[in-house]
Design a protein around this ligand. Structure first.
Ligand code: GLU
Length: 293
């Protein structure tokens, strides 16, 4: 059997913190335990927020933790053509449509719908409102006009059509745990995300599309990542089914929280790996700090 393939996939939009250390070390531990490979992927699709110095810092901080990974490192910014191929495929299947509302216009539409219906507009698992617009029903002439006017747009997956295309129920194998304790064979619920954005006029792929394409391109068999991405797996499973890609096993791990119980952020001073290192914390102590044996 070919070796299992694990990956740690940070975004260079800030410095790594203890939560990243847990993810990276768990990936390395699990890979080592099964004689698997460990890959590093730089998720730098959002060119407005990612910076080369943060990428350098990722390499430094991971090396400080004692980790090594296979070269070359895959950088998403070097693979825009792969995402375009996947989008073209979904488009040829009739599963994509363009929506033209700005984020502000979407917020206003949601307020309007809530006033009309007298109840909250449905939200996705991350708490963002499902797409409330009716771009799907737009006349072809109006669409042509809006594209020609040069305005921005989002490329959305038509969730109802996508689900119909797949037909049966989707599941994944979870060896970790979701926020509600879900484990084992988990039923995917992509509909909870509505018509998700897969790309924008100025952005070649959303996180969901890029991560799905990359995991398949790199032959990843085991995704080990934080529980905050548990529900996103439903979208990834759907995209895998639509694009004919294999499904990795998933292991979602607990999140490290700050003293106030909040998820760590990249700007949190006391929990950043660089700051802890500068304060003289030896790398060998990190495992104890994050509760790894
Ligand atoms: N790039 C994502 C992050 O830094 C992780 C993506 C993943 O592991 O699927 O949160």
């Amino acid at each position: 059997m070919p070796p299992a393939v694990f990956r740690f996939a940070p975004s260079p939009n800030g410095y790594l913190h203890l939560g990243h250390a847990l993810s990276a070390l768990l990936n390395a531990d699990r890979a080592r335990a099964v004689g698997g490979r460990l890959l590093l992927r730089i998720e730098d699709i959002d060119q407005t927020r990612c910076r080369p110095d943060y990428e350098e810092a990722i390499y430094e901080d991971l090396a400080w933790l004692g980790l090594s990974w296979e070269m070359p490192v895959r950088r998403q910014s070097e693979h825009f053509a792969d995402y375009a191929v996947a989008l073209d495929r979904l488009d040829a299947m009739g599963l994509l449509y363009r929506s033209f509302e700005s984020r502000g216009e979407i917020a206003a539409l949601v307020t309007e719908r809530e006033a009309r219906d007298g109840r909250p507009w449905p939200r996705d698992p991350d708490g963002a409102p499902l797409y409330p617009g009716d771009a799907k029903a737009m006349s072809p002439a109006e669409r042509v006009r809006l594209i020609a006017s040069g305005g921005s747009y989002a490329l959305r997956l038509d969730m109802a059509k996508a689900l119909a295309h797949v037909g049966g129920a989707l599941t994944w194998t979870e060896t970790g745990e979701g926020p509600g304790g879900q484990t084992g064979t988990v039923a995917a619920d992509p509909a909870a995300w509505g018509d998700v954005v897969l790309a924008r006029k100025d952005s070649p792929a959303s996180y969901h599309l890029a991560v799905t394409v990359d995991d398949a391109a790199q032959g990843v068999t085991d995704v080990v990542r934080g529980q905050d991405l548990f529900h996103a797996t439903s979208v990834h499973r759907l995209l895998q089914a639509l694009l004919g890609l294999p499904a990795p096993r998933y292991h979602h791990h607990r999140l490290i929280r700050d003293a106030d119980g909040r998820k760590l952020s990249k700007s949190g001073k006391s929990t950043g790996l660089r700051d802890l290192r500068a304060d003289g914390l030896p790398a060998a102590k990190i495992r104890a700090v994050i509760g790894l044996d």
